[in-house]
Ligand binder design. Structure first.
Ligand SMILES: NC(=O)c1ccc[n+]([C@@H]2O[C@H](COP(=O)([O-])OP(=O)(O)OC[C@H]3O[C@@H](n4cnc5c(N)ncnc54)[C@H](O)[C@@H]3O)[C@@H](O)[C@H]2O)c1
Length: 237
């Protein structure tokens, strides 16, 4: 396992944890806003292990705030990480996958990319973009024996709230409280991804409740869907 992250301390902690479990693991400092940085990771993997089987495009930051309160300048940095980071990851590692004759991209989107909830326009747009890119590549890369899985969780207990950006200074604390109460864990989502890779499954939408809401959106006309979500919210309050 190779872990790439801008946060070196946490990356090295995870590297140590995995090594203690007896796995061959390496941490590399990597910034997904830089194509060069990702290219260096791909070179490291080529030299060390002769390639890579699965690339997980996971890096992301949170953003919340009304559309009105967000400035145009707020869009670019989040798009650069959440959406273009995934684009770069696919672009840089695709030649390796083609050379090997196999590979699997796991792209981390969010249920926000399926449902577009209010007051999250920037985050929603980046995650919808990741879903769209993944759907496009799924068809485009299949002839090369390269597979794609897109992951769309709701709230998962992680450190995501620390990265919160946006006009409301209290949004980070609010997200942290929601994530602390979340029933999904990173390990649980990782297990679902692992099974999806083995089965060649495209969608990973963890949590039955989240899946039902997503199905409702796909099957109902928009006004009926909005009404259903309002009723569901009342039910689960
Ligand atoms: N936690 C949730 O509720 C949730 C729900 C749906 C989707 N997601 C998505 O899951 C992914 C993982 O997030 P998480 O919840 O584990 O949060 P996290 O903050 O624990 O992990 C995100 C990681 O991305 C790294 N990162 C940020 N910018 C980077 C950059 N430019 N280059 C390299 N690494 C960078 C951070 O250092 C951090 O380690 C994100 O894409 C997030 O949007 C999270």
């Amino acid at each position: 396992v190779c872990i790439g992250d801008v946060h070196a301390e946490r990356g090295r902690d995870t590297e140590r944890e995995l090594q203690e479990m007896g796995l061959e693991c390496v941490f590399v400092s990597c910034d997904v806003t830089s194509e060069k940085s990702l290219f260096e990771v791909s070179q490291t993997l080529d030299e060390r292990w002769g390639g890579v089987d699965v690339v997980v495009n996971n890096a992301g930051v949170a953003h919340a705030g009304t559309f009105d309160a967000t400035d145009l300048e707020d869009w670019q940095p989040v798009i650069d990480i959440n959406l273009l980071g995934v684009v770069r990851g696919c672009k840089v590692f695709l030649p390796t996958f083609k050379r090997q004759g196999h590979g699997h991209f796991v792209n981390m989107a969010s249920v926000a990319g399926l449902l577009s909830p209010p007051n999250m326009s920037i985050y929603n747009v980046t995650k919808t973009g990741v879903v769209s890119l993944s759907e496009t590549l799924r068809e485009e890369l299949r002839p090369h024996n390269v597979f794609v899985t897109v992951v769309c969780p709701a709230f998962v207990k992680t450190n995501l709230a620390e990265s919160m950006r946006g006009p409301d200074p209290k949004a980070g604390a609010r997200l942290e409280a929601i994530l602390d109460a979340a029933s999904l864990t990173a390990e649980g989502v990782a297990n679902e991804i692992f099974v999806a890779i083995e089965k060649g499954q495209f969608w990973v939408v963890p949590g039955r409740q989240t899946r039902y809401i997503w199905y409702l959106k796909r099957w109902l006309p928009l006004p009926a869907f909005s009404l259903a979500v309002r009723l569901l919210k009342r039910l689960f309050r």
